[in-house]
Ligand binder design. Structure first.
Ligand code: B12
Length: 215
């Protein structure tokens, strides 16, 4: 099978909400040497977006989205195993999370996984995180970076609160934001240090740039 076919098979497995088929297709792609980044962006995440779009068009129920997300997690676990050996020693520390009110975590988890593979020690606070918790954790672990993921635009005020608290507390961590509810404009408006783009590889590059690990 060509790379394009292998990625298409992963995408289709997610659309079919099949954990076993997603695992089989992801395994085959990894064995064939397909770049893990491509497996994530053009396979797993692309499949979920397709299901999401069908949900928005009322061709699927929310339960289908959840089942597709479960299949994505199964594929992601295999990619993570593959990337784990490449970690080496940590070059920077990041506190990651989704602000209060937002329960979406698929994008955040992918970004966290890629950051680990990129040399970051990641403290993932999960979803629905109180603004103060970002600051407390960043101080506790002397973080270089706070990464926030946001899908729900109604929760932007919570993201802004983290930026304000960080400034007031005088912590060293820079603030990187990402997710569909954010943009460069939003970063500027709420006082974040940078916007990290729409996919995990761009996010990791932005994170490295912010802490001086990339040009
Ligand atoms: C999956 C999903 C769900 C799942 C979430 C499962 C989970 N564990 O996350 C479930 C079914 C639970 C769900 C619930 C809801 N959802 Co929903 N959901 C989606 C869906 C289909 C896909 C989101 C996703 O995971 N995308 C895939 C990931 C990989 O992409 P991503 O998040 O963009 O992440 C990438 C980049 O943004 C970037 N990135 C992400 N984070 C970060 C962080 C940093 C620091 C950086 C640098 C980069 C970065 O890299 C990531 C990897 O490539 C979207 C529709 C769509 N097509 O997008 C709706 C959507 C996000 N949901 C929506 C809504 C309204 C809801 C509900 C309110 C529905 C309801 N009526 O109950 C609830 C909200 C619950 C809550 N309070 O949060 C709306 C949001 C509208 C808005 N803009 O505010 C959307 C857009 C659908 C719509 N058009 O109506 N949802």
């Amino acid at each position: 099978m060509s790379e394009k076919e292998l990625l298409g098979r992963i995408r289709q497995a997610i659309v079919s909400m099949s954990v076993s088929e997603t695992e089989a297709a992801t395994r085959e792609a990894l064995q064939a040497g397909v770049d893990p980044l491509r497996i994530i962006t053009s396979g797993l995440a692309a499949g979920l977006t397709e299901v999401g779009d069908m949900w928005i068009r009322r061709e699927r129920f929310i339960s289908h989205v959840l089942m597709a997300a479960k299949a994505l997690n199964a594929g992601q676990a295999l990619v993570e195993q593959k990337l784990a050996g490449k970690e080496g020693h940590y070059k920077a520390t990041v506190v990651l999370g989704t602000p209060k009110g937002d329960l979406h975590d698929i994008g955040k988890n992918l970004v966290g996984m890629m950051m680990r593979a990129g040399g970051f020690k990641v403290y993932d606070l999960g979803v629905d995180v109180e603004p103060r918790m970002f600051i407390d954790k960043a101080r506790e672990v002397n973080a270089d970076l706070i990464g926030m993921s946001l899908i729900m635009s109604i929760c932007l005020d919570k993201m802004e609160e983290v930026c304000k608290l960080a400034k007031a507390a005088g912590i060293k961590a820079k603030i990187l934001i990402g997710g569909p509810a954010t943009s460069e404009k939003v970063a500027l408006r709420i006082g974040a240090d940078a916007y990290g783009g729409f996919d995990a590889p761009t996010a990791v590059h932005a994170a490295k740039k912010l802490v001086g690990l990339a040009a």
